[in-house]
Ligand binder design. Structure first.
Ligand code: SF4
Length: 259
């Protein structure tokens, strides 16, 4: 008898995407960063810019011996802004880094291990209350710096799932709902979530571009664009075939904005 996926058809398709991308790209070794603090700083700095710019900003911090909680805490906003200038929006990002480091120093004495001991849901709430930390940044910190099983959603995730009709563009698939889909359909596995998000970013950057997706050479090209009934996720979803090409909706457009 054929083996069934205990998470249902949606879980099967999400697994298939993961397997195809992993086979094609191999492990992505995320997140680039030598310490949890560096990972968290990278998560804040990467908002609205590319990773190359983040690397330049982090290099500046390292050269100034400023890649530590106490150093950033003591530093003036102006000096910090100067160091993170390559990441863009440097005044805003300096203020955000200060806010995060203050949260780390005051709440956990600057120790990520202390932070890691906190319950995931409560910690996520607290992170979201820090100035400039939205869901994608909070979840990146939780997953990649603190190794909590929280799936990170971004514009690439939304675009790829929408184009493969796993989520419906006619419905409001916002961040919590998309994240809930992954949490329902995949076991809470830090390594899996780590790799899966990294692979989706790779696929999105390389093939699934906003206007001219390179489907012919994409590792997901052979997956059928079958839609699943969202309400049935986790039970016995009733497959629903949509038209092969649905115009990009406002939902997808808004998904392409950085948080
Ligand atoms: S590029 Fe095409 S095949 Fe690849 S993920 Fe995007 S829509 Fe799917």
């Amino acid at each position: 008898m054929a083996k069934t996926n205990k998470y249902g058809p949606a879980g099967k398709r999400l697994r298939e995407i993961y397997t195809r991308l992993l086979d094609a790209f191999g492990p992505q070794h995320w997140w680039p960063g030598e310490t949890p603090l560096e990972v968290a700083i990278g998560a804040v700095l990467t908002q609205n810019t590319n990773w190359g710019n983040v690397e330049r900003a982090i290099r500046n911090l390292k050269m100034a011996n400023a890649l530590s909680g106490p150093a950033i805490d003591r530093m003036s906003n102006e000096r910090l802004a100067e160091l993170v200038r390559p990441s863009g929006y440097f005044n805003v990002k300096a203020a955000r880094l200060k806010a995060f480091v203050s949260f780390l120093m005051n709440g956990y004495r600057g120790d990520f291990n202390r932070m890691k001991c906190a319950g995931t849901a409560r910690l996520r709430e607290k992170l979201l209350a820090v100035n400039g930390i939205g869901p994608e940044t909070a979840d990146s910190i939780l997953l990649y710096a603190l190794e909590k099983p929280v799936f990170v959603i971004d514009a690439y995730t939304k675009r790829i799932l929408a184009r493969h009709k796993i989520v419906s563009l006619s419905e409001d698939w916002d961040y919590p709902r998309l994240q809930g889909l992954f949490h329902q359909c995949l076991e809470p596995d830090v390594d899996l979530y780590n790799e899966y998000h990294a692979l989706l970013v790779r696929a999105g950057k390389t093939f699934c571009r906003p206007r001219a997706p390179l489907c012919r050479t994409c590792p997901l090209s052979e997956m059928e664009p079958q839609a699943l009934e969202p309400r049935a996720l986790g039970r016995a979803p009733k497959p629903r075939i949509l038209k092969p090409r649905t115009p990009r909706s406002r939902t997808l457009e808004s998904a392409e904005r950085q948080e």
